[in-house]
Design a protein around this ligand. Structure first.
Ligand SMILES: Nc1ncnc2c1ncn2[C@@H]1O[C@H](COP(=O)(O)OP(=O)(O)OP(=O)(O)O)[C@@H](O)[C@H]1O
Ligand SMILES: [Mg+2]
Length: 579
């Protein structure tokens, strides 16, 4: 009678089998739901129902029955796709419960790391029994394992079989082993008062072996999918334009750098045909390249034009390397992309820089040759001009003409001097200099220009007289250029020039401020380029600020410009302090 009551109890829990018996499974809800969809479908529910019916009398199975069931399980377990461990376990348990009538089954699975947290049974388990994780020494030995293997998997070892269900008459366990690893333990118990079929243990062991292989396979599948996800995320984060396409050119993996080059979002590119992401004229070569890569499995090179939706077309090269599948056939292609447009731009810059360097050398040579005759012209012209000025009989027109010759010669001399400075590398060693002194000296050299402009000069020097490490002659040039530019910019007779020196942290900031018209925002980078000048033909060469920037950088410093339209400009030269 008691046995009958137990059966009824099992039957009553049948409809709720999964929720009552499921052990704690730490999985995200979305994954759980999908598993439930597979394992509690009508088919499995029917199997569970059958099992509960059959539980009234244990069936004596033949080897042929077991073989048939196993092949059914294999078929179910691998279609439509491989199942994960939990889904597989539920499927197997449902079918085993149906076939092995009269027996109650419990399976405990050990996860990698020795955590036993997946427990499923065909009848309810008391909570304290669910937590029990043990395997008998007999079961271990039958599987060719020892106590250490059990410990590694998180199981304790007992001599006697320990009951999981109430009122069982007989029971044993089977170790689930794959590849020499203990994956879990299957416990089998019989209803009270039933006659245990002869040779039952070996038949249940066959189910156990079958379940072990399936679990092992699912685990490899899970590990492989984890690994491929890990690899994909590595590739995606790579700072190199990379992608993986399948045999039909669909993008499977794409790196962030390649998305930037394409000017598109990941969602637009993933699973898209690569041919649709390139310019129409590149499609045919791309298709041929992909085909060649797949057929020959060789490194294939393709020249492409990419069409970022909101930028200029970009030329790129794509090197395709084949990724082989298990049968040595090409399964996918890894593409390494190189931005040729950026490369070409760099090459152009190098050519331009080389041209400028050659021009600089050439100019320096010419200037050197010109300097001596020019100095004579300048000196003699000045002398003649002085003489004419003091001669009351001299023609005033001639005096003025001589004055112009003097000015023109001076301008040419200044220009040639600038060119030589620009081309010549500095050789003098830097030394500690008072920044204020350098600025004062530069101002003396500029007396002429300052006077011509009629500007007022204010000097604000830090009382600590901070020192900088520099080459005096070069620093003079920096401030002569800045002061001259300021004087040229300020309105005649209304200029206010302010020179300041300030110690700041481990640097010295020297500012040249004027109240001129300011520099338009769009020109603030260009003014430092050689030959950029707004001063008109014959007045400015546009070399001044580029020399200034070169010298400041050679001194390990920086130059900044702030300017407000109509209110003036401040150039700040920041030099490392000498200490
Ligand atoms: N303080 C300033 N205020 C307004 N514009 C300035 C100032 N300093 C420089 N500029 C602008 O920057 C341009 C470049 O200056 P840079 O000193 O390099 O050449 P330049 O003065 O024109 O010629 P030069 O080679 O004779 O110095 C100037 O032509 C001018 O337009
Ligand atoms: Mg200048």
């Amino acid at each position: 009678m008691k046995g009958r009551r137990d059966d009824e109890e099992d039957a009553a829990t049948g409809g709720d089998w999964k929720s009552r018996d499921s052990g704690p499974v730490p999985l995200p809800p979305a994954r759980r739901r999908s598993r439930v969809g597979i394992t509690t479908g009508t088919q499995n529910r029917a199997a569970i129902g059958e099992g509960i019916q059959a539980a009234r009398t244990p069936t004596a199975l033949t080897l042929a029955d077991v073989a048939h069931e196993c092949s059914q399980l294999v078929r179910q377990g691998s279609s439509p796709g491989p199942l994960d461990e939990e889904a597989l376990l539920e499927l197997y348990l449902a079918r085993m419960g149906a076939v092995l009538g009269g027996r109650r089954l419990v399976v405990r699975i050990s996860r990698p790391g020795g955590r036993v947290d997946l427990v499923r049974s065909t009848a309810p388990l008391a909570p304290e029994r669910r937590e029990r994780q043990s395997v008998t020494a007999d079961a271990l030995r039958a599987a060719g394992l020892d106590d250490d293997d059990a410990m590694l998997a998180g199981f304790g070892v007992t001599d006697e079989y320990r009951w999981d269900f109430d009122a069982a008459s007989h029971g044993f366990d089977v170790a689930l082993v794959d590849g020499g690893r203990l994956l879990g333990v299957l416990g089998v118990e019989y209803h009270p008062g039933v006659e245990v079929p002869v040779d039952d243990r070996p038949l249940v062991q066959i189910f156990g072996a079958q379940l072990s292989v399936a679990l092992g396979r699912a685990r490899i599948g899970e590990e492989a999918s984890y690994l491929s996800g890990y690899l994909a995320s590595l590739l995606e984060d790579a700072n190199v334009p990379l992608l993986v396409i399948d045999r039909s050119r669909r993008v499977q993996v794409v790196s962030r750098a390649f998305l930037e080059l394409l000017g598109r979002r990941r969602s637009e590119v993933m699973h898209a045909d690569l041919a649709e992401l390139v310019a129409p004229r590149s499609r045919a070569p791309l298709m041929q390249g992909v085909l060649h890569g797949i057929r020959e499995g060789e490194l294939t090179h393709v020249d492409l034009t990419l069409l970022p939706p909101e930028a200029e077309p970009r030329d790129a090269t794509l090197d395709l390397v084949s990724i082989l599948g298990p049968g040595d056939q090409v399964e996918a292609l890894l593409g390494i992309v190189r931005d040729v447009t950026a490369l070409r731009r760099l090459e152009e810059q190098i050519v331009q820089a080389e041209k400028l360097a050659t021009l600089g050398q050439l100019a320096a040579g010419v200037v050197h040759e010109l300097n001596n005759p020019l100095t004579s012209i300048s000196v003699y012209a000045e002398r003649l001009h002085d003489k004419a000025q003091s001669d009351p009989d001299a023609d005033p027109n001639d005096v003025e003409r001589l004055g112009r010759i003097v000015q023109a010669a001076e301008r040419i001399l200044r220009f040639t001097g600038d060119l030589i400075t620009y081309a010549r590398p500095a050789t003098e060693a830097p030394r500690a200099l008072s920044a204020a002194e350098v600025v004062e000296q530069a101002l003396v050299f500029c007396e002429h220009v300052v006077r011509d402009s009629g500007a007022e000069v204010e000097q604000v020097f830090d009382a600590s007289r901070p020192q900088v490490l520099g080459v005096r002659g070069q620093l003079h040039q920096v401030f002569i250029n800045l002061i001259t530019n300021a004087c040229h910019a300020m309105p005649q007779g209304q200029g206010e020039l302010r020179l300041s020196v300030e110690a700041k942290n481990r640097a010295v900031v020297i500012r040249v401020r004027d109240n001129g018209p300011g520099i338009p925002q769009g020109q603030r980078d260009a003014i430092f380029e050689p030959f950029f000048s707004t001063k008109g033909e014959g007045k400015g060469t546009g070399l001044g600020l580029s020399i200034v920037r070169n010298i400041v950088q050679q001194h390990g410093g920086a130059i900044e410009v702030e300017s407000e339209s109509g209110r003036g400009t401040t150039f700040s030269v920041i030099l490392p302090a000498a200490d």
